[in-house]
Design a protein around this ligand. Sequence first.
Ligand code: KIV
Ligand code: NA
Length: 266
Amino acid sequence: IKKVTTHKLLEMKHKGEKISMLTAYDYSLAKIVDEAGIDIILVGDSASNVMAGYETTLPITLDQMIYHAASVVRAVKRALVVVDLPFGSYQGNSKEALQSTIRIMKETGGHAIKMEGGAEIGESITRILSAGVPVMGHLGLTPQSIYKFGTYNVRAKEEAEAKKLLEDAMLLDKLGCFALVLEKIPAMLAKQVAESVSIPVIGIGAGPYVDGQVLVLHDMLGINKDFSPRFLRRYADLNSIIHQAVEKYIEDVKNKDFPNEKESYF
Ligand code: KIV
Ligand code: NA
């Protein structure tokens, strides 16, 4: 199997071949996603919401991210595995950012890290890159800053924020990030960013004019029923499938239909 590399992703942008990315947080689902041929698996800090049930991404710890990432890496043969640096493990301190990154690289076997922010984290990005670790940027709606924004609404609709976002994207490119996620911003701004930087731009709620797309696996599989933003396309209704399977199992146990003779050891 030919592994996906950061160089391959850059080539894909230049050839106009779209990049596919999904999250995964555990061995079993990561295995399915990798075998299906995804280009990038993100061990997102959305694990805080999806796996742990927290309202925001802020509570998840570096140790917990390492547990998820190590589980995913054990399953993956082809995809590039990118791991989110969680809230509190890098902001405002480039030395801590590097230490967190080194723990992720040593203890998980992941291939790259992702961090939220622009100029504010420039020094950390430079420090991590100088240690030889590829960095993916993340601009627009950055959920670790939710209490600064106040809502999960579309970002950068105003001129000033759009200008800052474009400048940040160009800075991340210049610093040497290998790719950039844009979350929940106007499609035409995302297009402008993708045309202004040399690195692949991966969108979520950022429209079609970017170099690739990312979704949260549990959302696109329809596992959680109550999250349905405009940008989410559901490719399965696993909530119903799992619900019905569990109901049938309960019924079979109660009716003494399960286990039958063939399912027992005599
Ligand atoms: O944590 C996550 O799932 C993410 C994606 C939404 C890009 O950062
Ligand atoms: Na994230």
